[in-house]
Design a protein around this ligand. Sequence first.
Ligand SMILES: [Fe+2]
Length: 374
Amino acid sequence: MTPTTSPVRVRATDATGQPERTPQLEALYRGFEQQLLVPLWTAIGELMPAHPVSQARPHRWRWKDLLPMAEQAGQLVPVGRGGERRAIALANPGLGGQPFATPTLWAAIQYLNPQEYAPIHRHTQNAFRFVVEGEGVWTVVNGDPVAMRRGDFLPQAGWHWHGHHNRSDRAMAWIDGLDIPFQHYTDATFFEFGADEVDTREAPQRSRSERLWAHPGLRPLTHLQPTPATPLLAYRWEHTDRALAEQLALEAEGYSATVEPGHAAVRYTNPTTGADILPTLRTEFHRLAPDTATAARSEVGSSVFQVFDGTGEVTVGDSRWSVERGDLFVVPSWQPLAFATEHGLDLFRFTDAPIFERLHLHRSHQSPQERAEA
Ligand SMILES: [Fe+2]
């Protein structure tokens, strides 16, 4: 192998702890390059930093920029076999133009025109949909049609057949979250085509999964075995909204219910285990009462947020943005995150935390002194 075909580059420097730069050392380094070898003493700073240093950067995408482009794609790009979905992914500016919001998470806006449908397929990637506005689309998961409406969270575990159909006369946009980058880097991906058309155009108000599972604290005796992903295919806004409102009401009555003053939060869970809804993805909803500022918090792993309602200021590391309904932003690993809101802020969040918790790599740090400025 000649040096020009090797991707390895080993640099001799005068930095502390590095060997004296001699012709013999340079020759040794060229030999390393030819043999595809990298000495640890030149790479340890990048490989073993004192704390996570993500290639991903904090970034915000504005809904008012995304939605018109999705609408334009709706005019120009058909949905069908091959392309599969009219989904437009967030590409983190630190990840080389790949369609990855963070090193592990995919986030996209998906758009379906009136009376359109998206064909059936399945993949090992775990997925969900979250609806910030609109209604009229049913996602069909393993033959079960599930209505999608504003505020609904719709998980769909890996290797489940799925397609979508829009029964209405209005287009609809929503966000998709998946673990595509994680499965891409780890070479774990499988994909299979299903029928070219969705297998049912039924449009029930409640899916079969909800009729079986959406009864708080009640478990069907026919389904007592734990499953790795949630069997409940829709978590409806009315329940999320009520849970958050009650936390803040309980706090106002003097009871312990919020994660910090003015900060209500719930996690979507698998009713068979009480754990996260999907093996690789955690999803939560956070509500900040008016005039709330949160503590700065750092966490191993990355997050994507979407503003569901309200306005506020978000600080991620050295970045600070004003956000409003529909805006999406990413929080890379270990970057401190804090919020401040004058009028109240509702936030949907998804993260890769289950991966890190299962591998005993999860850490978090919260500074009670540091609060975001309102
Ligand atoms: Fe899919």
